[in-house]
Design a protein around this ligand. Structure first.
Ligand code: PEP
Ligand code: MN
Length: 342
């Protein structure tokens, strides 16, 4: 249930409603909006009697929340969530491009790629230090050394950095270095990891599980918000289907559905969806056109010798084309839209 307060409601009015909720052994979550405060009621086992709150001073409306997810839902928070990372804004009318290699391989490799992508249109640098690999014999990432390299990339280029956390043991160290903590597709329903992410002060980038429904994905995000971290960015990276012409199938329709259901930003990852370099630019164009809040793209200066995901990594020049096309499409869709292009 959601209790919407009048614009003129005072702090005392809000506190009284919170107390009334808590006295019934529910939890109250005040959610400041653009114009008025709304208060979410959580942990109610069944329906809550609206009349208990509707007559209280300052209360404008009492609305039943019909979805299983609450804090992530647009029913509870109407305005888009906009997350600030350094100088970059993610969500709302902002569009962000994150780019970099699949894995951090060396300082030289990371800096070479970062200097290219920042020049060509990226605002955030991506790279894996702890890599979830299908084979135990494949390169597993440089671990903390990779995180240190990312910190140097941030220092030299000014770009905030995003990197994946794979487990509870390494959460603290990843969180210490990263500007955004990524939870990958294989961990979307790792509930202890989600709970730990809920305690983090860093924004969390939650990739959709490769076989997860949108409800399951939003419920996973709900764990993080329920833990107290409201800065969650969703990422669609393709789901498993019967096809073999692409690595996964990018679920384009997830974007309008998620935007209708949730106030959280949604970013598309055309690289892990397509799995082949030649699919990445067309899928990026489609992602922009369908209304995603940004892209995460793998780029490598020498993809033939990349230690992971070379086949889907763009050359820096291709990345530049991608950025130009993306901005042209955005401009055509809404000439008044703000651009973060430097
Ligand atoms: C990645 O972004 O490096 C990654 C492993 O992605 P996913 O979890 O989508 O496979
Ligand atoms: Mn990859």
């Amino acid at each position: 249930m959601l209790i919407v307060m009048h614009q003129s409601a005072t702090k005392e009015h809000i506190d009284k409603v919170v107390k009334a909720i808590e006295s019934r052994n529910y939890q109250a979550r005040p959610l400041p909006g653009g114009e008025r405060v709304a208060i979410g009621v959580l942990y109610n086992k069944g329906a809550v009697d609206a009349s208990m709150f509707s007559g209280m001073p300052g209360v404008k409306d009492v609305i039943a929340v019909t979805r299983p997810y609450k804090l992530v839902s647009r029913e509870l928070k109407h305005d888009d969530t906009v997350i600030q990372v350094g100088n970059v804004k993610i969500g709302g009318n902002h569009f962000v491009i994150m780019a970099g290699p699949c894995a951090i391989e060396s300082e030289d490799q990371a800096l070479t790629i970062a200097e290219q992508v920042v020049k060509k249109g990226a605002q955030i640098f991506r790279g894996g230090a702890y890599k979830p690999r299908t084979s135990p014999y494949s390169f597993q990432g440089l671990g903390e050394e990779g995180l240190k390299i990312m910190a140097r990339v941030r220092e030299k280029t000014g770009m905030p950095v995003i990197t994946e956390v794979m487990d509870l043991q390494t959460f603290d160290v990843v969180e210490a270095y990263a500007d955004i903590v990524q939870i990958g597709t294989r961990n979307m329903q790792n509930f202890s990891l989600l709970r730990r992410a809920g305690q983090s002060k860093k924004p969390v980038f939650l990739k959709r599980g490769m076989a997860a429904t949108i409800d399951e994905w939003l419920m996973a995000a709900e764990y993080i918000l329920e833990g107290g971290n409201t800065n969650v960015i969703l990422c669609e990276r393709g789901v498993r289907t019967f096809v073999n012409h692409s690595r996964n199938t990018l679920d384009i329709s997830a974007v309008p559905v998620v935007k209708q259901e949730s106030h959280l930003p949604i970013i598309m990852d055309p690289s892990h969806a397509g799995g082949h370099r030649e699919q990445v630019i067309p899928l990026s164009r489609a992602s922009v056109a369908v209304g995603a809040h940004g892209l995460m793209v793998e780029v490598h200066h020498d993809p033939d010798n990349a230690m992971s995901d070379g086949a889907q990594s763009l050359y820096p020049d291709q990345f530049e084309h991608l950025c130009k096309q993306v901005h042209a499409i955005r401009q055509a869709m809404n000439p008044d839209m703000g651009s973060q292009k430097k």
